[in-house]
Design a protein around this ligand. Structure first.
Ligand code: MN
Length: 742
């Protein structure tokens, strides 16, 4: 028999082994189809090319995947490397197989560039998202595994490239899918090319020790088996040396020698059920000393990829530590084959046809049930990968961009930069010019053609993009562009109209005026107004007219307000009851008090009428019932008396003058003089000479021939008041001038 025929027979045998009802005719037909199409092609090793797809199909069969997957594996390179077409494959082997082959082909066509970790993660996501049907990625992983196994014929550069890609993309995905066995092999073969010296060092050392290792492992295996059979536990026990890459990592990351690595040896005890797992654990810990902190129960808390097992590390009699993994046969199957174990299991039950949806459901459930298992693991990302509405595309530089499903080149362009989007004149997908509405697919290489002369986005782009980012950036452009154009024309039109109305820009841009005027025309800023005038949203005539109207109204309002204030602040009570009726003047007092009240902002302040304090007087405040704070001179008899009242002690509060705040404080003076003709006139003249504002003046004749003149003056402060008092004291017949109190 020809070697190729022989290889095919082996594949058939393997496939039949786990699926006796297999449609052998279909398998054979796939082989014939691939064999014919790859006719004359050779691998780098010089062997006929067909050897590769059959070997890949064998690995797929070893994983226990369904017949469609095996057939697709046999055909996996026909689309890429032969004239075979999707239709042809679909006609002969069904649409499902054709889709699988096409999926694998797409992954094969992807070009990777080594990037930082974030980019690699995106690449992994993209691969998984592209695979739609999880079988695509499984076949691709088998393809990669066989290529790695036969990498020796490739150029050193190709070896390194493929190895890095395997280490960064395919091994992590295999891990994520729980396929430990394949993951290890991918890692070990990659390491061989990535660090040949490091790999050889470990491999040689392991080989050198292999006799010792084997004796050691045989011994332990025997001890454990004997002990467990005494306990009447049915089990399979076997030992192995850990794979090279895991030793390599430990040696280099933890800077350890081979002898210092705890987990060099791993033993597996496979039992029938979960309770037995814990029994066995007890026996192992009874036989050997466990290493503290090394026990892990992945049965009660499985790893996110579905891995379940008990792990413990113990120390043998000769002081050599080793790891023992205890699990059921089913757990073991999942540990070795991960997601693929699913098919094995199902096929054992005779369920041959498995849609990808059902698989997804299974994966999803698996993931959801283990959501909280281990935050370090990849659970959430994998879930996103398989089910989110996301696509991943490449820039021409090999960067991966994530976009919403259904995204177009417009989304892509704006995801790079708004300037790229705004200057876009064309787009290429996988090297071909495409219309802007083209829906991007996972793995597409997208290139945007830009031109500085580009006119900017068009309105219908808004309906072409799926991402908010693109939409927002397009809207922004429209707003901004219209602005720049329109503000200029709007402004000149507006200014011309102002001039026409006899106004200048300065008339309307006062800090207190402008906001009101803008409010009147309903714009947030002058630029917005100009913009609107520019594009015809409003007219300059209309807006200037409104503004002018408002200016007039505001002027009037200011005048009215001032009048009202004057009225409100005039304290009519200041006019003393007068027998002489000689009132001199009434002047408004400033409404602001010039007093700060401790702890109270903007509180209503009034000056006590009994003592009428002026700045410079020591003062105290009294919190009145409902009229704010009343300010007294500290020496006011009323205040002094009131402060004695314990029930009002809490109402007294510290107040002080604000310097330079105001000019007019009303205060009352009392002048005593021997009554005579012209006294009031003399007093009035003295006050005038002192240049002090008098708000009221009244004189009373007393029965004893004396007169008391009460004067309300408005002074700046105590100093000015003293000056007034001195002037008054010099008037003939005046006996006393004092401040009124009480
Ligand atoms: Mn291949």
């Amino acid at each position: 028999m020809a070697p190729i025929e022989e290889q095919y027979e082996a594949l058939e045998k393997k496939s039949l082994a786990y699926n006796p009802n297999l449609d052998v005719g279909r398998l054979r037909a796939a082989f014939d189809f691939a064999n014919q199409h790859h006719e004359g092609q050779t691998r780098k090793s010089g062997e006929p090319y067909i050897i590769h797809p059959i070997a890949v199909a064998e690995i797929v069969a070893e994983l226990g995947l369904d017949l469609d997957s095996i057939v697709a594996a046999i055909l996996h390179d026909t689309l890429e490397d032969t004239p075979a077409t999707h239709e042809e494959i679909a006609r002969q082997f069904g649409e499902s197989v054709a889709l699988l082959v096409e999926g694998v082909t797409k992954l094969t066509r992807m070009q990777y560039v080594t990037k930082e970790e974030e980019q690699m993660e995106n690449l992994r996501k993209m691969l998984m998202a592209m695979s739609r049907d999880i079988r695509v990625i499984l076949i691709k992983i088998c393809d990669r595994l066989h290529n790695m196994r036969t990498m020796e014929y490739q150029s050193p550069q190709k070896q390194r490239e493929k190895s890095r890609e395997t280490m960064e993309i395919y091994a992590p995905i295999a891990h994520r899918l729980g396929m430990q066995r394949i993951k290890w092999e991918l890692e070990d073969t990659s390491l061989r090319y990535l660090d040949p010296v490091g790999y050889k060092e470990i491999d040689d050392e392991l080989n050198r020790r292999s006799a010792t290792h084997e004796a050691f492992m045989e011994n332990i295996q025997k001890m454990v088996t004997e002990r467990l059979s005494e306990e009447k536990v049915e089990c399979t026990v076997y030992g192995r040396v850990k794979h090279v890459y895991s030793i390599y990592r430990k040696m280099y990351l933890q800077n350890k020698t081979l002898d210092e690595i705890f987990d060099l040896y791993a033993f597996r005890v496979i039992v029938s059920d979960i309770p037995t797992c814990y029994n066995v654990l007890g026996c192992i810990h009874d036989m050997f000393n466990p290493v503290l902190g090394r026990f892990k129960d992945y049965i009660s808390t499985p790893k996110p990829n579905g891995y379940q097992s008990l792990h413990t590390t113990v120390i043998g009699r000769d002081g050599i530590p080793f790891e023992v993994q205890i699990r059921t046969a089913e757990m073991h199957n999942t540990a070795e084959y991960g997601i693929a174990a699913h098919w094995k299991y199902k096929q054992g039950l005779g369920n041959e046809r498995l849609g990808s949806e059902e698989t997804f459901e299974w994966v999803r459930k698996l993931l959801e049930s283990q959501q909280d298992a281990d935050p370090d693991e990849f659970l959430s990302t994998m879930k996103v990968d398989l089910f989110a509405d996301q696509i991943f595309v490449f820039t021409p530089q090999g960067d991966v961009k994530s976009l919403p499903a259904g995204a177009t080149p417009v989304d892509f362009a704006y995801s790079i930069h708004s300037a790229v989007g705004n200057r876009m004149t064309g787009a290429k997908v996988n090297g071909r010019i495409v219309p802007f509405e083209t829906e991007l697919q996972n793995g597409d290489i997208v290139e945007i053609i830009t031109s500085k002369a580009a006119k900017g986005p068009s309105r219908d782009w808004l309906s072409l993009c799926k991402s908010n980012e693109a939409r927002n950036k397009i809207r922004q452009w429209f707003k901004k562009e219209r602005r720049n154009e329109n503000i200029a024309t709007g402004r000149s039109s507006f200014e011309a109209e102002l001039k026409h109305q006899g106004l200048t820009l300065a008339d309307i841009t006062g800090e207190e005026i402008l906001p009101n005027l803008l409010k009147k025309v309903r714009f947030g800023s002058l630029d917005e107004l100009y913009n609107a005038i520019g594009y015809g949203g409003t007219s300059s005539v209309k807006s200037v007219a409104r503004m002018k109207e408002e200016l007039i109204r505001m002027d009037r309002a200011v005048a009215e307000k001032a009048a009202l204030e004057r009225l409100a602040s005039t304290e009519t009570e200041l006019i003393m009851p007068s027998s002489a009726g000689n009132t001199v003047s009434r002047k408004p007092r400033k409404s602001q008090s010039g007093i700060i009240v401790e702890g109270l902002d903007n509180c209503l302040v009034k000056f006590a009428k009994c003592c009428t304090p002026v700045p410079g007087d020591p003062v105290v405040g009294f919190i009145t019932r409902g009229f704010g704070v009343s300010v007294h001179r500290a020496d006011c008899p009323n205040a002094v008396a009131a402060q004695q009242k314990p029930e009002e002690a809490g109402r007294w509060i510290k107040v002080d003058w604000v310097e330079g705040e105001l000019s007019g404080y009303s205060t009352a003076l009392e002048l005593s003089a021997k009554d005579r003709d012209g006294l009031t006139l003399d007093v009035a003249m003295a006050l005038s000479a002192a240049q002090v504002k008098v708000t009221s003046l009244s004189a009373r004749a007393m029965p004893d021939g004396f007169a008391v003149v009460t004067i309300m003056v408005e002074v700046r402060d105590r100093g000015e008041l003293t000056n007034v008092v001195n002037k008054l004291s010099q008037i003939p017949s005046v006996t006393q001038v004092k401040r009124a109190a009480g």
